[in-house]
Design a protein around this ligand. Sequence first.
Ligand SMILES: *Cc1c(COP(=O)(O)O)cnc(C)c1O
Length: 403
Amino acid sequence: MSTLSSHLMPTYARQPVAFVRGQASTLWDVEGRAYLDGLSGIAVNTLGHNHPALVAALREQVGQLIHTSNLYEVPLQAELADRLAALSGMDNVFFCNSGLEANEAALKMARKHGHEKGIAAPKTIVFEGAFHGRSIATLSATASAKVQKGFEPLVEGFVRLPINDLAAVEAAVRADPSIAAVFIESIQGEGGIRPATLDFLRGLRSVCTEHDILLMIDEVQCGIGRTGKWFAHQWAEIVPDVMPLAKGLGSGVPIGAVVAKGKAASLFGPGNHGTTFGGNPLAMRAGLATLAAIENEALLDNATQRGDQLVDGLRKGLASHMGSGVREIRGKGLMIGVELHRPCAGLVAESLRMGLLINVTQDSVIRLLPPLIIQSQEIEQLLEILVPLVRGFLEQSDTAQAA
Ligand SMILES: *Cc1c(COP(=O)(O)O)cnc(C)c1O
């Protein structure tokens, strides 16, 4: 199959396959070949493909109203905001269209909070390994030199610290009274499925409360049920001040949201922020239908059970390679990383040829993000493809190294 590239900016090294149809956890390409979806369009297709309740809701909404703008009341926004507030224990929501937009809003809130405290140049603590998006501000908050290169000067006002080192955060906050916010992913996604420990998250919560600093938790990838809780930080039984959401919230319809609590919930007033598309009725219906299906179909439990099944299967299948070849298998629910000792980006294409969609991040971490509706026998099928593939790859590289 040829690659369709003529007038597209070559921002992605795409796999040479185009999908034309999907059903639940399966996709079909133009030639009718089936693929098991182990990636959900990067944690987006929460309900898989062609989910009947989502499709019905969207069909109905398209026939009623797609967009009116934020110059008018949008009752579906209020409805989805109510749901998100109830699920998170937070107060107010601003709707936008993507993860970086939600994060931009959060970063603006951090600065506004700082200014209201009388800080002239407020700073935000960010972490090594972080990914927050590709706008100028969010790429500056991101830890990747690859993402930043060519787009300098970066936005100032970020202090970068190692993850899971509470003493470093405490020291930074004590040393610098201009710190207004801490910005962290509960589980780093692009950074290689690296979790913040629950103790670290709890520690951040108390440091932030003590110093009147906003705790902003980027749940764009790990939120919306992916880890078996509505939001991954809920495993630590804390509530952030600010929580950006996006990817999985619309099951494929573009949507972003920033949820805020307490003082943070009233930082934005008229004129402080805005969006043309954000919060349109179609996206709101997608969000409502996604949350309803997660609840009605007990998908939080399914994420936990299928995730455990997947990790068990990987541990058993790769047992003889643990510590030599496989560095670590980690994650929570259906957000799983298998870190190898060697770069393994080539596994993406090999897996595709075997009919399984996966991703590799940070060169050597196989990333699995299947839809939350995935069934037990599909997890078995995934393991039947992936385990021999990884074993073969490691044995091959062993031979190559020995030679
Ligand atoms: C994907 C992602 C973003 C950026 O989202 P976009 O919708 O691509 O702008 C931000 N933060 C995290 C944690 C992400 O995984």
